[in-house]
Design a protein around this ligand. Sequence first.
Ligand code: GDP
Length: 425
Amino acid sequence: MVQAVVGANWGDEGKGKVTDLLAEQSDVVVRFQGGANAGHTIINSYGRFSLHLLPSGVFHQNVVNVIGPGVALNIEALEKELKALEEQKVPRPQLLISDRCQVLMPYHVDFDKFEEERLGKQSFGSTKSGIAPFYSDKFAKIGIQVCELYDEDFLRERLAIALVKKNVLLEHLYHKPPIDLEEMVRTMMEMGERIRPMVCDTSRYLQEADRAGKTILLEGQLGTLRDPDHGIYPYTTSSSPLAGYGCVGAGIAPTSLKKIFAVTKAYSSAVGAGPFVSEIFGDAAKELRDRGGDRGEYGATTGRPRSVGWFDCVATRYGVMLQGATEVVLTNLDVLGYLDEIPVCVAYETEDGQEITDFPATPVLMHCKPVVKTLPGWKSDIRGIKNYADLPANCKAYVDFLEKVAGVPIHMVSNGPRREDILYR
Ligand code: GDP
């Protein structure tokens, strides 16, 4: 049986914690898209971790973790993460890397930086980890697959084609020194050797695991609104964070996907550029930002302060729908305990004064204003509560309201950052 944990919003919804939790009952955890450009925060008995490329099943020794062909594999970043686990005494995880996965090359990171510099104020808020140049090359068919690192002549031939273009851009657009072909061949072959024991045909492995009745968990990065087709283009990421894409990026049959958990926070947060209708500013924002997450709302990869706002019914309903969620997991509910009244964005007002509840495309979205309704707060700390029934009545009413908005059940509610802070409804 295959299930997916994905983000309903802009990312950072708390998917890492939910995956870590669900991994306990899973045999395999798979990353199917994205790369080291975002991070999952996980807090468990080993400590506090920021995972970027590693699947969130790495803390469970019985779980096989898979990096699927849809991922942007930065080999050095992966090695760094494995080392961080070792340093914090986590036993070496079981990890498989797809031989068809493409390698995020050192020059992808450089091109990302150079392009953001060139765009200046018009930049898209890239994390500068090479993701956009990587996926551009993949679809332009000048990307390098992991399997190519083990065939020197083939690798040289493919790299030579790619580097002609790269070097023209480096010299004439960015005014930087060119890349040396032979040096790049050597570097990449060395990296290939280091990961060789983990490389295999993961799609075949997953298909067999599925047929054998194993539980496979697909782990998404970012969220619906960063999807290049359905999100707030061009302020999106370069690969699809949708559960539907999970089957493609992992290499399993779409008919095997039975459960889709869309994760959302009890308020909104976003890192990176783009329209964010329910965003709040000033002291109210500072207070929510400092109280949010486990150490305030600051990016797990970049440390950038996240923009914060009230729960956005329009964006979340859309996000849940596009994910095809079978249920919603609500996180960070404890964070709102300080408010007398809880504002919620229930609709958008467009530039020409219309009230809408369907999430619009970017040019309209850019000019939308939030229509806010307030719900009564519960004014207490709900961390440490173990049974859903013991939550304050207003808190349960808030969850009921969000469930109605989402249109699918909320069975799991998270009331703190640690693995054990979870309530079953
Ligand atoms: P992901 O990328 O979706 O895994 O999300 P991140 O890890 O980037 O951000 C989620 C943040 O919320 C992290 O700081 C988590 O430790 C934190 N978190 C997750 N669930 C809860 C919760 O229920 N309450 C609180 N206070 N923090 C939580």
